[in-house]
Design a protein around this ligand. Structure first.
Ligand SMILES: Nc1ncnc2c1ncn2[C@@H]1O[C@H](COP(=O)(O)OP(=O)(O)OP(=O)(O)O)[C@@H](O)[C@H]1O
Ligand SMILES: [Mg+2]
Length: 672
C-alpha cells in the first residue's frame, strides 16, 4: 500500500496519480458485476481478497451460461471471418481423415504383400501412403492459411469496439475501473480470443470429430478391441468435465490478478516522480512483489490443474494401449483377428493419440477464452448513463446563457448518509458574462464545472444552455458550444498544434497563433520543431505552467460560446498571470465564462462572483459587494490570499535553490 492515500480515489481532473491510492483501495471494480445495474456505490473498499472472492461469486452466477454460449457472444465480430474458419475446419478434417486412412493401407500391406511375400505388390501401398502423406501436409498448410487472417481481423474489430466503448462510457465509469484492468482486457484477453479463433476452436471441433471417426474405425476393425478402447477412455471424459469447472475459477482469478498487476505498474510508472521524491520506491516494490506473488500462486495453481489433466491424458492412453495389446494378442492367437488388422488397430489408435491428448490443452484454452470474452463484455455491457437523446434539440444561434436550476449532484460512491455534494445549485450566467466560482477546497467547484460539460450528469434539477436542457443536446453539439480547461492540464502524445487544436482542428494558423498569444504560450515557437514538436507523455516534457498555458490555449482555440476554466492560472508566476489575464479579458468580453478561482487576482477577471458553500450558491455579486456583505466570502478570500503567499514563498525558495545550484556548478566548473 502506498503512503497516505488522499481522501479522493482519483487525482483531480480524473487521472490517477502515483501518489493516489493503491489498486486495493479503489472502489470495487465492477468488472465482476454482470447484473446490468451500476455497482453498489456504498460497498466498502475491498481488498484483493474481496476482489477475488467476488470473482468466484460471479463464476457461480455465470455457471448458468455454458462456456460455448458465453463465447458465442463474439459471433457478431467473427461473422465475416466464419467462411474462412469453416474452410480451415474442412481442410483440417480432410487432413485428419487422410491421416486415419494411412493405417488402413498399412493393414492391407501386412495382410497382403507381406503375408504372401510378393515383393512386386509392395509399391502400390507404399505410393498410396506417400500420396496420403502429401495430401495431409497440404491440407494442414491450407488450414493455417485459411485461419491466420480471420483471427487477427476479429481481434482488431473487437479492440476497436472496446476502444470506442471506452471513449463513450462516462467519466464515472473510468473513476471506478482501474486502467490496468482495461489495458489487460484490450491487450492480453483479446490476444487469447484471437489464438482461440485461429486454432483453438478449430482443433477442438476437428479433434473431437477425429476421435469419433477413429472410434468408429476401431470398432469396425474389431468390436471387442474398439469397445475396450472406448471404455478405457471414459475416465478421461469424466475428468475433463470436472477440469473445466475447476479450471474456469482459477483462470478467472489469474486474468483479474494480471489486470491488477498491470494497474500497479501503470500507477508506479505514472507516479514515478512522487515515489522517487518520497523515497517510497522500495515500499511500492514490496507491494508490487506481493501482488506478483499472488499472481504467481494462481498461475501455479493453474499449472497444477493442467498438469493433473495431462497426467490423465498421458496415463489413460498408455494403460489403454497395454490392455488393448493384451486383448489383441489373445484375439490374434485364437485366430479372431489378423496381424494386419491388429497393425491397423494400433496404428489408428496412435493417430488418435494426439487428438485425445490435445483435448486437455484445448479445453483449458477454451475456458481461458470464455473468461476473456466475459471480461470483454463486462466493459461492453457497462451501462452508459450519459448518452445522446433520441431526438436531440439544436441551438441555432448560440448566445451563451448557462443556467443551473436547482442542480443536485453526488458521486456514485459517496456514502448514503452524506448529503448531496451539490445540494441545489441555482446560478444563471448571462451571455457574455464572466462568473467566478469561489469556495473552500473540496467544496465542489471542479465538480460543478464537470457537470456543465456533462462529464457527469446532475442527479437532480437541470442545467440549461440558451434555455435547452444540456441533456437534450447531442454531446457533439454541447461540446461545440462549450470548451473546458481542467485543473490538471493533460496533453496528448502529439504535436503542439494538434494538442491546441483538439477541439477545433479546422482552425486557421492565425486563429491558432491568437489562442497561443492569449494564453501567453509563445514559448512553443522556441521548441525544437516549433508548433510541430511532439509533447505529452512520449514527447518533450513541459513544465506545469507551460502545460497549463497550452491547455488554456486549447480551450480558447475551440472558440466556444461558453468557456469553462477550472483554476486556469494556478501554475503561472505573477508576471505571466498578469499578461494572461490581460489577454483573457479580451476573449472573455465576447464569451460567457465560468472560472473557478483559487487566486484573488483571478476573481478580479470576473463580472460577478458566486460563492459555493455547503453545496449551494450562498451569495452572488461583485467582488467588492461580497467582501462587504459576506463573512464566509471574506474568510475564503483571505485563505486564498494566504495560500497565494505561501505559493509565492515556495516559488522564491525554489528560485533561490536553483540560483545556488547554478553558482555551485559554476564554481565547480571553474575549479576543474
Ligand atoms: N471522481 C470522484 N469520485 C468521488 N468523489 C470525488 C471525485 N472527485 C471529487 N470527489 C470528491 O468531491 C468533493 C469535491 O471535489 P472537487 O474536486 O469538486 O472540489 P474543489 O472545490 O474543486 O476542490 P479544490 O479547490 O481543491 O480544487 C471532494 O470531497 C472530493 O473528494
Ligand atoms: Mg478543483
Amino acid at each position: 500500500m502506498l503512503p497516505a492515500a488522499p481522501s479522493s480515489p482519483r487525482s483531480r481532473g480524473g487521472r490517477r496519480t502515483g501518489a493516489g491510492p493503491h489498486i486495493t483501495d479503489i472502489p470495487p471494480t465492477p468488472q465482476l458485476d454482470l447484473s446490468g445495474t451500476p455497482p453498489n456505490a456504498a460497498v466498502p473498499t475491498p481488498s484483493l481478497g474481496t476482489h477475488v472472492s467476488s470473482g468466484r461469486q460471479q463464476q457461480k452466477q455465470d455457471k448458468r451460461q455454458s462456456t460455448l454460449a458465453s463465447i458465442a457472444r463474439i459471433y457478431p465480430y467473427a461473422k465475416k471471418a466464419m467462411p474462412r474458419i469453416y474452410l480451415g475446419m474442412v481442410s483440417a478434417m480432410i487432413a485428419a481423415i487422410v491421416a486415419l486412412m494411412i493405417p488402413q493401407v498399412l493393414g492391407a500391406l501386412v495382410d497382403g504383400p507381406l503375408k504372401s511375400g510378393d515383393a512386386g505388390q509392395i509399391w502400390w501401398p507404399v505410393a498410396t501412403v506417400l500420396g496420403l502423406g502429401v495430401v495431409e501436409a497440404v491440407m494442414i498448410w491450407f488450414r493455417r492459411w485459411f485461419v491466420l487472417e480471420p483471427g487477427t481481423r476479429v481481434e482488431a474489430r473487437m479492440r476497436n469496439a472496446l476502444y470506442n466503448r471506452l471513449q463513450d462510457l462516462p467519466v464515472a465509469f473510468h473513476d471506478r475501473w482501474p486502467s490496468g484492468q482495461l489495458l489487460s482486457r484490450a491487450i492480453s484477453d483479446l490476444g487469447l480470443i484471437r489464438r482461440w479463433i485461429s486454432f483453438g476452436i478449430l482443433l477442438l471441433v476437428v479433434n473431437v470429430l477425429t476421435i469419433l471417426v477413429g472410434f468408429v474405425l476401431l470398432v469396425r476393425i474389431n468390436w471387442v478391441l474398439g469397445v475396450a478402447f472406448m471404455v478405457c477412455s471414459i475416465p478421461l471424459w469424466i475428468y475433463g468435465y470436472f477440469f473445466e469447472n475447476k479450471y474456469s475459477v482459477v483462470a478467472r482469478r489469474s486474468q483479474d490478478q494480471a489486470g491488477d498487476l498491470a494497474t500497479a505498474v501503470e500507477e508506479a510508472v505514472h507516479g514515478i516522480r512522487v515515489l522517487k521524491a518520497f523515497g517510497r520506491g522500495q515500499f511500492a516494490l514490496k507491494n508490487f512483489a506481493s501482488q506478483a506473488e499472488d499472481l504467481r500462486g494462481t498461475e501455479i495453481e493453474k499449472a497444477k490443474t493442467i498438469a493433473n489433466i495431462w497426467l490423465w491424458l498421458l496415463l489413460v492412453p498408455d494403460v489403454t494401449f497395454a490392455l488393448c495389446l493384451l486383448v489383441g494378442v489373445w484375439l490374434a492367437s485364437g485366430g479372431n483377428i489378423t496381424v494386419g488388422e491388429l497393425v491397423t488397430f494400433f496404428a489408428t489408435a496412435t493417430v488418435l493419440r494426439w487428438p485425445v491428448e490435445s483435448i486437455g490443452f484445448l479445453l483449458s484454452m477454451t475456458v481461458d477464452t470464455r473468461t476473456a470474452v466475459d471480461r470483454f463484455f463486462e466493459v461492453m455491457d457497462a451501462p452508459n448513463t450519459i448518452v445522446d437523446p433520441e431526438h436531440p434539440q439544436t441551438i441555432e444561434k448560440p448566445e451563451g446563457r448557462l443556467v443551473f436550476e436547482n442542480a443536485h449532484f453526488r458521486y456514485q460512491d459517496s456514502p448514503a448518509q452524506y448529503p448531496d455534494l451539490l445540494d441545489g445549485i441555482d446560478l444563471a450566467l448571462e451571455p457574455g458574462e464572466t462568473m467566478a466560482i469561489v469556495g473552500l477546497t473540496g467544496s465542489g467547484k471542479s465538480t460543478l464545472t464537470a457537470l456543465a460539460s456533462r462529464l457527469y450528469d446532475v442527479t437532480g434539477g437541470a442545467i440549461t444552455l440558451d434555455g435547452v436542457d444540456i441533456r437534450q443536446l447531442s454531446r457533439e453539439e454541447l461540446h461545440g458550444h462549450l470548451a473546458v480547461a481542467f485543473e490538471d492540464a493533460t496533453l496528448f502524445s502529439a504535436s503542439v498544434r494538434d494538442n491546441v487544436l483538439l477541439g477545433r482542428p479546422e482552425s486557421t494558423d492565425a486563429e491558432l497563433a491568437e489562442a497561443l498569444d492569449i494564453a501567453q504560450a509563445g514559448f512553443v515557437y522556441d521548441l525544437p520543431q516549433g508548433l510541430d514538436t511532439k509533447v505529452g507523455e512520449e514527447g518533450l516534457s513541459l513544465s506545469g505552467g507551460q502545460r497549463q498555458r497550452l491547455a488554456l490555449a486549447r480551450a480558447v482555440a475551440a472558440k466556444p460560446s461558453i468557456l469553462v476554466l477550472d483554476d486556469p492560472l494556478s501554475a503561472l508566476d505573477v508576471d505571466t498571470e498578469a499578461l494572461v489575464e490581460a489577454a483573457l479579458r479580451r476573449v472573455l468580453a465576447a464569451t460567457t465564462a465560468l472560472i473557478v478561482a483559487h487566486r484573488p487576482s483571478t476573481v478580479m477577471l470576473a463580472d460577478r462572483v458566486a460563492l459555493l458553500e455547503g453545496g449551494r450558491i450562498t451569495a452572488v455579486g461583485k467582488h467588492s459587494d461580497l467582501l462587504a456583505t459576506s463573512d464566509h466570502y471574506r474568510f475564503v478570500i483571505s485563505s486564498l490570499e494566504d495560500e497565494e503567499k505561501r505559493e509565492e514563498q515556495e516559488r522564491d525558495d525554489d528560485r533561490r535553490d536553483d540560483d545556488e545550484r547554478d553558482e555551485q556548478d559554476e564554481l565547480k566548473g571553474a575549479s576543474v
